[in-house]
Each structure stands twice: as C-alpha cells, then as structure tokens.
Design a protein around this ligand. Structure first.
Ligand code: HEM
Length: 461
C-alpha cells in the first residue's frame, strides 16, 4: 500500500470528532480544521466516518462523475423525512422517481421558461419595495426575514400559481418558522448521538410538529389545485399531468408532494441568503456599490427593469458570482466514491461509499486559485473573461453535474431583478456600521442579526 494516512483530528470517544465541530456552525469548524490539517482530513461524527476535502484541486477531482456521485447522508438524509425521493434528497441510482421528475421538470427550469416568470417575480418584488418605502429610513429592517418572504412567495407564485401573501402579515409565516426549525434540527441531529436526540422530548415533539406544518401547506397547495384546475404549464401541472417519455410513467402523488416541499426548501432559503449576503458585501465595499449603481444608472436608469436586461449587466453578474464565492448559500455538499480509489495523484486511499464532504466554502478561498486576497470581496476578479479562465470547478456554488441545481436560472434571474429594482429605489446603510458578519447555518447559511436601513432615493417613490 503506497498511500499516506489521511490526517485526522484526535478522536474523542463516543462523540467522535463531533466535539470538534461547533454545532451551530459546522462549516466554519470544518474550515478551521482545514487550516490545521490541510486539503483532506478525516472526521468521526458519532460512529460515522467522513472525509472532508477543502482545496480546488480535490474538489475538482471528486467532481468527476465517472468516479464519484452525490451521497445523501448526515443532515441531508434527515431532510428525507419530508422530501423523500424528491429531486434534492433522492438516492441516485436507486430512486427511479428522480429520473422521471428530472426529465419532466428540466424544461420548466430552462432560461426561456424562466423568462416567462418575469411578471410574477416583479409582482412580488414590488410588494417588497412598497413595504420598505412605507417603513421609511428610520426603520431597522431585517433583510433575511423580508428576502425570505420575497423568495418563498415568488417561488410559490411562479411554480404553483399559489399566493402565500407573506407581505400581508406582520409575523413570519408559520411555514417559514417551521421550515427554519426543521432544517436546523436536521443538521444538529446529524451531529448528535441518537440516544441524546431521543431523550430531548420537547425538541422531538417540536420536530414532529414542524413536519406536520410543512406537510399541511403542501396538502393545501395540492388540494387547491385539484379543486380548481388551471390551464398553465407550471411546475405543479407538469408533475400532475406529465408522462415520462422514456418509461411511460407518471409521478406518484407522494413524490409530487416530496418535490413540492423540495422546491419550497431548496428554492427560497438559498436565494434569500444570496440576496442578503450581496447587500452585506456591497455595504462593506462602497467602491463595489458605487460601480454597481453606476452600471444600473447608465444601462437602465429610472425605467422598470425588463426581462431583456437579465444577464446584460456584467458588473452585477460579477457581484453575484463573488457573493456566492465568499458566502456560498450551500457551503458544502456530500459525495462518495463509486469504487475504492485514491485521490491527490494516488496519495490518499478513499474507500468506496465513504461519505466525502466537499467543502465548497473553503475551496472558494483556496489561495492557489484566488491568491493572497482570497478573503476580500473583489467582483473584478469575476468579470467575464477572467471568470472563464478559472481552473475547472474553482467556483461551484450550484453543485455538480447531473445533481447540480435545477433552479439556477430561476435564482439568477430573480436576484438580478430584485437587486436592480432595490438599488434603483433605495440607498442602503447598515444599522450598526461596525457589524461584522455572523453566520447562521442550517442546510444553507445566512447572515445572523443583520439590520439595514432603506432610504428612498430622491425623485423616487
Ligand atoms: C440542488 C445551490 C436556488 C432547486 C442544488 C445544489 C446546490 C444548490 C449546491 C446541489 C446540492 C447537493 O449536491 O447536494 C443553490 C443556490 C441557489 C439555489 C446557491 C440560489 C442562489 C434554487 C432554486 C431552486 C432550486 C431557486 C428551485 C426553484 C434545487 C433542486 C436541487 C438543487 C431541486 C436538486 C437537484 C437534483 O439533484 O436533481 N442547489 N440552489 N435551487 N437545487 Fe438549488
């Protein structure tokens, strides 16, 4: 055996290395461990052995789909409680419904189909603008809360023709609260021994109640559609009526429900996190904010942004790429080797089926790719031309290969329409100018306790 042992933090009995992970922020612990142990290390969480890879070259290697495939384990495996064999949490190969749903739904998420959602997206964006105009400049806005309203309402309207109307209630929608709790629990439980989970009776009861709340919204959406069918090729109708050309099969009703919940989960937390991080980075980097405003002023001015403007503002695109580099909404993903193999030019042995955590948030700061200012927000490095010249898989915020994000064009369009409109309407300032980024992690990451002020711009409103 010519391979080198994979470095591993000292094993702590029973808890394994779970004790080296900050349970509220495992991705940051993993980044710290990467600084100490290098581009690959092994952890034992309870009794589960995992490998963590943190450099661009290893991310690139494990992105080879002929050797590695997505593994649903840890926190994500817990999400199967409500998302089952839906697209995000399906075991592939194995869950046949993944292939059927993938083939039926890909066309509904194409850039062209997404352009058709322009009107519905702008409808919800204007509700946000109205709310912030009414707040006025004195009010300390919680951007995570309002961007979550925006992205969940837009997703439900665009894909299911369903109006959640989150902007019409002061309190957070119970669905959003339950979803946040549920996802946080899914992750925490993955790092806690089963016996400890079982003993926390109150938490367990809440966990079950959250699942009930999540499932009841799905039932409501589905029942309403069945009672009032509409003639529209939205996602829901595609799933209800679509017949897979390859197998001649339809999706079972339970899998349709799993996928509805999957879109609620995957489709809004990630995008609202991205919007909030974008505002945060722009506020901390006034020169980038100035350049972006200038681009919007020269290319669009005061008119309402149109669907033709999407993907036409190069500096905005660079800001979005740089936002997802430094603060990727989903900071890590899971994969595993299809057969026993080695990585890093044969240096380390990787057994078949072992869970590998692909630490995207660390690889996105790999100094070999990004240089000494890897921690600095600098959109210029992401401009067209430079971006294409990056080493392969150096920037991978939307996952990999056939299991990559299906909603990428959707999110990309929504974030552009929202940021352009918001910067046309408002100047932004931090409530606390000394605020430094704190991150809250469930399956995705979001800034915690960030507050901003939105000041209507002269000549607007
Ligand atoms: C998969 C990121 C928005 C639906 C993924 C994955 C990542 C990701 C990293 C792969 C996860 C893994 O390997 O385990 C993001 C980011 C978004 C975003 C950063 C926004 C900024 C959306 C939206 C939707 C969506 C808007 C739905 C409308 C999905 C689905 C999958 C997925 C269904 C699973 C695909 C499959 O395995 O077939 N996303 N996502 N995402 N995303 Fe997104």
């Amino acid at each position: 055996d010519m391979t080198t042992p994979i470095p591993s933090p000292t094993r702590i009995p029973f808890l394994g290395n779970a004790a080296s992970l900050d349970r509220d922020m495992p991705y940051q612990s993993m980044n710290l461990l990467a600084k100490e142990y290098g581009e690959i290390y092994q952890l034992t969480i309870i009794s589960r052995k995992i490998l963590v890879v943190s450099s661009q070259r290893l991310v690139n290697e494990v992105s080879d789909e002929s050797r590695f495939r997505k593994m649903v384990a840890g926190g994500l495996a817990n999400v199967r409680l409500v998302a089952g064999d839906g697209l995000f949490t399906a075991h592939v190969p194995g869950d046949e419904n993944w292939y059927i749903a993938h083939r039926l739904l890909m066309p509904a998420f194409s850039p062209t189909a997404t352009q058709g959602m322009y009107g519905d997206m702008m409808d919800i964006i204007s509700q946000l603008v109205l709310k912030w105009e009414r707040y006025g400049p004195e009010y300390a806005i919680d951007p995570v809360a309002d961007f979550t309203r925006l992205t969940l309402d837009a997703l439900m309207l665009c894909s299911m023709n369903y109006r959640l109307n989150s902007f019409y209630r002061e309190e957070t929608h119970p669905f959003i609260t339950s979803l946040g709790d549920f996802l946080f629990q899914c992750m925490t439980r993955a790092n806690t021994p089963a016996i400890v989970n079982a003993l926390k009776l109150k938490t367990q009861a809440q966990f079950e109640e959250d699942q009930r709340v999540l499932n009841s919204l799905v039932d409501e959406v589905l029942d309403e559609r069945k009672a009032h069918p509409i003639d529209k090729n939205d996602l829901l109708n595609l799933m209800l009526n679509g017949v897979d050309k390859e197998t001649g099969k339809k999706l079972p009703e339970q899998t349709i429900k799993y996928n509805l919940l999957t879109f609620f989960i995957a489709g809004h937390e990630t995008t609202s996190g991205m919007l909030t991080f974008a505002i945060y980075h722009l506020l901390k980097n006034p020169e980038a904010m100035r350049k972006l405003r200038e681009e919007i002023e020269t290319q669009i001015g005061d008119r309402v942004v149109s669907v033709k403007d999407v993907n036409k503002l190069p500096y905005l695109i660079a800001v979005m790429r740089e936002t997802l580099r430094l603060t990727p909404s989903i900071p890590q993903r899971g994969t595993s080797a299809i057969e026993d193999t080695t990585v890093a030019d044969g240096k380390f042995a990787v057994p078949k089926g072992m869970n590998i955590i692909v630490n995207i948030s660390a690889a996105h700061r790999d100094p070999l790719v990004w240089g000494n200012d890897a921690d600095v927000f600098r959109p210029e490095r992401m401009l067209d031309g430079k971006f294409e010249a990056l080493p392969s898989n150096a920037w991978q915020p939307f996952g990999n290969g056939m299991r990559a994000c299906i909603g990428r064009a959707f999110a990309w369009q929504e974030v552009q329409l929202a940021l352009i409109t918001l910067l046309q309407k408002f100047d932004f300032v931090l409530d606390d100018p000394s605020y430094d980024l704190h991150v809250k992690q469930a399956l995705s990451i979001k800034p915690a306790s960030l507050r901003i002020h939105a000041i209507p711009r002269a000549g607007q409103g």
